[in-house]
Design a protein around this ligand. Structure first.
Ligand SMILES: [Zn+2]
Ligand SMILES: [Zn+2]
Length: 308
């Protein structure tokens, strides 16, 4: 079952220009398939399933994930080979990759889930502790401040990191796509609405409560008429601006983005927020739009935990 030129065009677009924001990817899909995604979700899922089935042999995976800073969905090609050298590509050196890992960990370790660190904090990330206690490569020891500055620019340019609206350094779409399984396997706290890792999140107004929810998930949750606008754990009132239009759109998007795992035709089920939240395998838009790729995912996540 070979892939057609249509599949190849989608793959090529993601490899050359990706990660792509949902609208862009949708319009490319419309171009190659002649179908609008809104009218043919099933065909879209079939395309992704077929692509992933073929790519699994090369340990590549087409994946969708939300950018947690703005809630936008991105599609990208993920390299499931475990080591960072293959992931980040040959243009990054060992100390650069060590630096990247250090920044990611500094962002993730923040218990308040700000999702970012200042430029200065990023540049001051210590590389020695990253490399492990045994031996620190000389190239890592001698990695200079200006080399760090240059690397930071490159990582932002390549979408591994991003420059947030408040001028800090956060995770880029590529990292959200790539680290998804790693988050799950390293006890990164998750969102009670979508079960995805909390990188950038809203904190419960009650300071002694540690519930955190993605901003877009909070807005979606509270846009449901029957849901009380309080923290599910401590019941503290949780003020949240719900833009009705936005909420409706979010729900539509979410519906459209339902994963096609288990080969259940997505259009036959309208899942509710509550049932989704309890089912981590069926998480909104950010679940991999695949089935049958589980083996690859499992193998990879164990190895990538080296990042920690
Ligand atoms: Zn969430
Ligand atoms: Zn609370």
């Amino acid at each position: 079952m070979a892939l057609s030129w249509r599949h190849h065009t989608l793959i090529q677009a993601l490899l050359c220009r990706g990660p792509l924001i949902e609208d862009q990817f949708r319009s490319i899909f419309a171009g190659v398939s002649g179908e609008r995604l809104s009218s043919n979700r099933r065909l879209f899922n079939d395309y992704l399933l077929k692509i992933n089935k073929e790519l699994a042999f090369a340990q590549f995976e087409l994946r969708a994930c939300r950018n947690q800073y703005d809630g936008n969905v991105y599609y990208g090609m993920v390299n499931n080979v475990a080591d960072e050298q293959s992931k980040l590509g040959t243009q990054y050196t060992v100390p650069q990759i060590t630096f990247y890992k250090g920044i990611i960990e500094a962002i993730i370790q923040d218990a308040t889930a700000q999702g970012s660190i200042s430029n200065i904090d990023a540049l001051n990330v210590r590389l020695e502790s990253q490399a492990g206690p045994s031996q620190v490569p000389t190239a890592v020891k001698t990695f200079s401040f200006s080399q760090k500055e240059k690397t930071l620019e490159e990582l932002v340019r390549d979408q591994w990191l991003c420059s947030t609206v408040d001028g800090n350094i956060g995770l880029g779409p590529r990292s959200f796509l790539d680290l998804r399984s790693w988050f799950h396997n390293n006890d990164i706290p998750t969102c009670e609405v979508c079960s995805e890792a909390l990188v950038k999140a809203e904190s419960c107004p009650n300071e002694s409560c540690n519930v955190r929810i993605h901003k877009y998930c909070l807005s979606m949750k509270f846009s449901q008429r029957k849901v009380e606008k309080v923290c599910s754990s401590c019941k503290t009132p949780w003020p949240c601006e719900v833009n009705t239009l936005e909420a409706v759109k979010a729900e539509e998007d979410d519906h459209l983005n339902e994963p096609s795992q288990n080969n259940v035709p997505p259009l036959t089920r309208k899942r509710r927020m509550s049932s989704r939240a309890t089912d981590p395998d069926q998480v909104g838009s950010s679940s991999s739009p695949i089935s049958g790729g589980n083996e690859v995912v499992r193998r990879v996540t164990r190895k990538t935990s080296r990042l920690k």
